[in-house]
Design a protein around this ligand. Structure first.
Ligand SMILES: [Zn+2]
Length: 681
């Protein structure tokens, strides 16, 4: 079936532009497309391949060597000078998120290596994508192990496969394009940074536009050939424009004025490192080439900043996406020389109306009206949770409700979140893929060997196979090189990766916690742990207790945004029903164990350890802790006690729970490192 034409996709001007710029200049570093399901983002990405110029490849080379410049290490080589070649269309290779490593990097046929003594390497997806596009749909769900492989290949421009001392390597330069739905979890910051550009897409809210989308979709499905044929001229024109821009690219000048603007903008948006400046510069150059200019203008810098900076900003991960256009204009103005250059009012580039290339500067702010939240950028400078101001309530923190009666409700917002320490569930789980605790998986790191008959889904394990076959060689009549193998000799690898967990927060919201500064600090710590849970693809839940009772403020969910919102508006004050809080948490855990039995829980109790509500409050809280401990749940007590007089009740609670005791000031990852250094000195 003919693919849907690129020019037929309605709307999404930023995505269109970002894809075209990546096609013009692969050095820009690819595109990450974020948006809800059903926005045709995948359709558009897949259609891009049809617009790329063809590539010349050596005849018979499975690694797409260029006849003019073959890879000296090509597994199908060495190719002689002037090896015959042919032109084929550029490829778009899709990397499925569940792909086994062998499928991605290629596989060495170990049975042949053993039996016949030859190295038989089958190219993987990375080889297929060389000199083309590598597309990962749901890139945020990609296994960490594959992410590392992908990052290595993207950084080196080569893929290397090593198995038991045999190593094969080949060129793998590709434009990486990923699509994701942020509601399904965020991307690891290292991978986020690998993408040159990001674009947020959302469904159009314009009735006319929605009608046109449906009309075209129906027409395409009724007659794909005819539909695509109707856009053939547009597609040809667009492909020719991209080709022309590619040729113009090397001659586009990046003046000092443009460079200054780029530096100014990157500084204004507080991006980390220099990569942002470099990507913005490359994008601006590509955009100038696309617009038919021979030097970079303010317009090019503006467009480049809008596409290259949103995912590189230091920001609260729950902030709205995109970058503020007024801020951008201000930064551009700040960089302008005293005698401003006249605005460029040349032609709008080679693309005529309808050919799909938007005019420079066109398109709305990518963040407008978009419900998506957060760039998962929790991995940045930590905030102010080091306990420095935690003692402000030392004088009056001892009476419950010291700041108000039992019925009074007060709200204190959270401060800036920071990178939190990693807390894990011990042992090896079997839970859903994630990034918290150790688990047996089908595509992680090899950690051992499965016995014969238990293949799992792993790859053959060579040393174990040889060991199994070796004792039988004489009996099998082996002569000459190579082992005589039987299927029963094959041993397979046992693999280990990471799982997501259920992180259940049980938060004391009573008056003893209620001093403003203290509560802000508590909320910052919990918010930081929530962000961490978001990135590790945990489920989260929130139980709170104050006054006489505990409540499930948020039943276990994957929506960390919802948890953050509940936390933000959490009222505080009143007595401390610790036992009720713990019992309610136990009940939530019991129900979740039935509902989602493979997901192992981590209980985070946030309290100063006081119990003051009802009769025998302390004894009942001990009993509740013992009950929880008996369930075997892994727990962490975040100790919120402050002031000069300390009772150490939270530490006692942690002991009863059999859990870890962590003072509030040590929740930050950096705070811990700091503390270790301090003690070592
Ligand atoms: Zn080759």
């Amino acid at each position: 079936m003919r693919p849907y034409p690129f020019s037929a996709v309605v709307g999404m001007p930023d995505l269109r532009l970002a894809l075209v710029l990546s096609a013009i200049s692969p050095a820009v570093g690819g595109v990450l497309v974020r948006g809800e399901k059903g926005t045709a983002k995948s359709t558009m990405v897949r259609a891009l391949a049809g617009l790329l110029p063809g590539v010349d490849v050596v005849d018979g080379c499975r690694f797409s060597c260029d006849p003019a410049d073959p890879d000296p290490a090509c597994p199908d080589g060495p190719h002689p000078d002037g090896a015959p070649g042919h032109r084929r269309p550029a490829r778009l290779v899709e990397l499925p998120v569940g792909a086994a490593e062998d499928r991605v990097v290629g596989s060495l046929d170990l049975e042949r290596a053993l039996g016949d003594g030859v190295t038989d390497f089958q190219p993987g997806l990375l080889a297929g994508a060389h000199r083309g596009l590598l597309y990962v749909d749901e890139v945020n769900l990609l296994h960490d192990h594959l992410v590392d492989t992908l990052l290595d290949a993207a950084a080196m421009g080569r893929a290397t496969i090593e198995r038991e001392g045999v190593s094969v390597s080949h060129a793998a330069r590709f434009v990486l394009i990923g699509t994701m739905n942020p509601e399904e979890g965020e991307l690891r910051p290292q991978l986020l940074d690998r993408f040159g550009l990001t674009v947020e897409v959302s469904s159009s809210r314009e009735p006319a536009e929605r009608m046109e989308i449906v009309r075209r979709r129906l027409a395409y499905e009724a007659d794909p050939e005819g539909f695509a044929g109707g856009y053939a001229d547009d597609e040809r024109r667009l492909a020719a424009d991209i080709d022309a821009a590619r040729r113009r690219l090397p001659s586009v000048r990046l003046t000092d004025d443009a460079l200054r603007q780029i530096a100014e903008v990157c500084a204004a948006f507080e991006v980390d490192g220099m990569r942002a400046d470099i990507v913005t510069a490359r994008t601006a150059v590509a955009h100038a080439a696309w617009a038919g200019r021979d030097s970079v203008t303010t317009d090019d810098v503006r467009v480049a900043a809008r596409l290259a900076l949103p995912h590189r900003r230091r920001r609260n991960p729950f902030d709205a996406p995109g970058i503020d256009s007024e801020e951008l204009e201000q930064a551009l103005r700040d960089a302008e020389p005293p005698d401003p250059v006249p605005p460029d009012d040349g032609p709008d580039g080679p693309d005529g109306p309808g050919s799909g290339g938007p005019a420079p500067g066109e398109g709305e702010d990518p963040g407008t009206g978009d419900a998506d939240r957060g760039h998962g950028d929790a991995d940045r400078g930590h905030g102010d949770a080091d306990g420095g101001h935690g003692d402000a309530d030392g004088g009056h923190g001892d009476a419950d409700g010291g700041h108000g009666g039992a019925g009074e409700r007060r709200q204190v917002g959270a401060g800036r979140p920071y990178r939190a320490r990693l807390f894990t569930v011990g042992g090896t789980g079997m839970g859903a893929r994630g990034r918290r605790s150790r688990a047996e998986t089908d595509s992680g790191r090899t950690v051992g060997v499965r016995p014969h008959g238990d293949r799992g889904s792993g790859a053959p394990h060579l040393p174990a196979t040889v060991r199994a076959a070796a004792p039988h060689q004489r009996a099998r009549g082996r002569r000459g090189p190579g082992l005589v193998l039987r299927p029963g000799d094959l041993r397979y690898a046992r693999r280990e990766g990471k799982e997501g967990n259920l992180v259940l927060f049980c938060v004391d919201a009573s008056g003893s916690m209620g001093a403003r500064a203290r509560m802000r600090e508590v909320k910052s710590a919990v918010l930081s742990l929530l962000l961490d849970a978001y990135q590790r693809r945990d489920k989260v839940g929130l139980v709170t207790f104050r006054g006489r009772e505990a409540e499930v403020a948020l039943p276990p969910t994957i929506s960390v945004d919802a948890a953050a919102a509940r936390l933000e508006s959490l009222p505080t004050g009143g007595r401390t029903p610790l036992a009720e809080g713990l019992l309610r948490a136990a009940e939530v855990l019991r129900v979740e164990a039935l509902r989602d039995p493979r997901r192992r829980p981590l209980l985070v109790v946030v309290t100063d350890g006081r119990a003051t509500s009802g009769n025998d409050a302390v004894a009942r809280s001990h009993a509740a802790a013992d009950l929880l401990a008996a369930t075997g749940v892994t727990s962490v007590v975040m100790d919120c006690e402050s002031g000069r007089m300390r009772l150490g009740l939270a530490a006692t609670l942690a002991r009863r729970l059999g859990g870890e005791h962590v003072p509030l000031g040590e929740v930050a990852a950096d705070a811990l490192a700091h503390e270790v250094k301090r003690r070592a000195a």
